[in-house]
Design a protein around this ligand. Structure first.
Ligand SMILES: [Ca+2]
Length: 277
């Protein structure tokens, strides 16, 4: 259903579809700003420590070939591509020719199940690496079904591409600012250990701004200019997406190393906090 919707959107609107970061760069100050638990109240979390597959109360699946000309087929509720293992959500991209789809992977989302509006969304994860990988932690507006992309707004909490494995990207997209028209807003930070260690990727979303974190470092901020959906659609709920794409417009810009499969994107938890009053 979602596949058909996104495909029809793509056809009706050429390339106007969620395509995530694509490397915008906006000036922003980089500051150390450790998380202070006393200032926040945990209101929801998935620690991925129960069951064998993502909890269907909170998570659904995108299915099919969706966007950006990516090489993977996203499967629905297939353990080989998305499973709970050792307290982690493992999203695995495989070259397994399942149902004649050469490369399979998963994209799990909270669409219609767990909306987010303001607060801190924090995801602890270890990224895959290798040419062609494109893991992401991001959100889209729940109203995408009525207003389409980019008007629904998109928050890219983390994107990384395997041919440039040290760079962690944060971006936002909306009607007035998005990469399709060369006005994307975002920034990046460098790390040597995103594929060897777990790190925390977070956005702190306020009614007038967003701040993006890699561990204890704030490396991108985006402020609301005015009350106008074109520049700030972020007064409405968004849903979270965790996916591992292979190839595509950005991830595949330097090709795909097909000798490296399977690739694993491991997510230790998702935690959602509201600021204490
Ligand atoms: Ca966990």
């Amino acid at each position: 259903m979602l596949t058909a919707m996104l495909l029809s959107m793509a056809l009706a609107n050429e390339n106007a579809q969620p395509t995530q970061g694509l490397g915008a760069n906006s000036p922003t100050s980089v500051v150390r700003q450790p998380f202070v638990p006393a200032k926040w109240k945990l209101v929801w979390a998935d620690e991925f420590d129960k069951g064998t597959q993502p909890d269907p109360r909170f998570w659904g699946y995108e299915e099919g070939y969706l966007r950006n000309g990516e090489a993977q087929f996203y499967t629905k509720a297939r353990k080989e591509n998305a499973r709970i293992e050792n307290g982690k959500l493992v999203i695995e991209a495989r070259k397994d020719n399942w149902n004649d789809h050469k490369i399979t992977s998963a994209s799990v989302t909270t669409q219609g199940k767990r909306p987010f509006l303001y607060g801190r969304i924090e995801v602890r994860a270890k990224l895959p690496t290798g040419r062609g990988t494109w893991p992401a932690i991001w959100t889209l507006g729940e109203n995408i079904t009525s207003v389409d992309w980019p008007k629904c707004g998109e928050i890219d909490i983390m994107e990384n591409v395997g041919f440039n494995p040290k760079s962690v990207h944060a971006n936002v997209h909306m009607g007035a600012y998005n990469h399709m028209i060369g006005t994307g807003k975002g920034s990046k930070i460098e790390s040597e250990t995103v594929s060897t260690s777990f790190h925390t990727y977070a956005v702190e979303w306020w009614p007038d701004r967003m701040e993006f974190f890699f561990d204890d470092t704030r490396y991108f901020s985006f402020a609301k200019e005015k009350d106008d959906d074109a520049v700030w659609p972020f007064h409405r709920p968004q849903y979270l997406i965790l996916n591992l794409a292979i190839g595509g417009a950005w991830g595949g810009a330097m090709g795909i190393d097909e000798t490296l499969f399977p690739h694993r994107f491991e997510i230790d938890y998702v935690r959602y906090y509201e600021p204490k009053k």
